[in-house]
Design a protein around this ligand. Structure first.
Ligand SMILES: [Zn+2]
Length: 223
């Protein structure tokens, strides 16, 4: 956590597998970027339709898309696309990479941020297969894209974005928009409290500062 995150970009594409992925790792940084006038777009591989226990996918998908749109708007993101791949069954295959390529063509970002692809968040806490598969598909698709940065969110990493208390509050409000999802996930803890705990976990550093942390996957070497 020693290198400031690059600022030489106008448009960032956040390419992740599920609704709520941006909120767990980077919404505070996104809020900072949009308030500074940058454009941030979210593209999600799935609608997170398998993510609400006890609810059929055809009902959960539209609810989660709606919650994601509201959540994005809180941190200044007004374009949210869903690619409708099957939640929980993502594979790094040609059709996935073609869909990622299409999203990159359509939005032409200078900055791309995807999800953490490491095997474990912490010792014994395994990452999800969808995250690893999708993040690797993004990295493979972008292998020769030397005019675009590629970062991953990460619990630990070299690159950081310093965020303010207001950015943190926006990130908490943004995650709390996943109301139906969070209230089923943990019925005993109020949604706003769950959101605050998660955002604290991802932004609060040992020295008391607030930062969003990223790993560099792929450097931008030409404009
Ligand atoms: Zn996810």
């Amino acid at each position: 956590m020693t290198t400031p995150f690059p600022t030489d970009w106008r448009t960032a594409l956040v390419l992740v597998p599920h609704p709520d992925d941006p909120e767990y790792g980077m919404a505070a940084a996104v809020n900072r970027w949009t308030r500074e006038g940058k454009e941030v777009i979210y593209v999600m591989a799935t609608s997170g339709e398998a993510g609400i226990e006890g609810m059929p996918p055809e009902k959960a998908g539209p609810i989660r898309e709606e919650e994601q749109r509201r959540s994005a708007a809180v941190v200044g993101v007004h374009t949210v696309d869903f690619l409708h791949f099957p939640d929980g069954q993502l594979t790094n295959d040609a059709s996935m990479r073609a869909a990622i390529d299409h999203a990159l063509e359509r939005h032409r970002p200078q900055m791309v941020i995807t999800i953490f692809t490491g095997e474990e968040y912490a010792p014994g806490i395994r990452n999800q297969s969808d995250h690893i598969m999708f993040g690797q598909a993004v990295a493979e698709t972008m292998e020769d894209h030397d005019d675009q940065w590629l970062f991953e969110t990460s619990p630990n990493g070299e690159y950081f974005v310093e965020v303010t208390d207001d950015d943190v509050e926006a990130a908490v409000a943004s995650l709390a928009e996943h109301e139906e999802y969070l209230s089923v996930l943990d019925p005993d803890t109020p949604v706003i409290e769950q959101a605050r705990n998660q955002v604290d976990m991802s932004t609060l550093q040992d020295d008391g500062s607030r930062r969003s942390i990223f790993i560099l996957r792929h450097e931008r070497t030409s404009a």
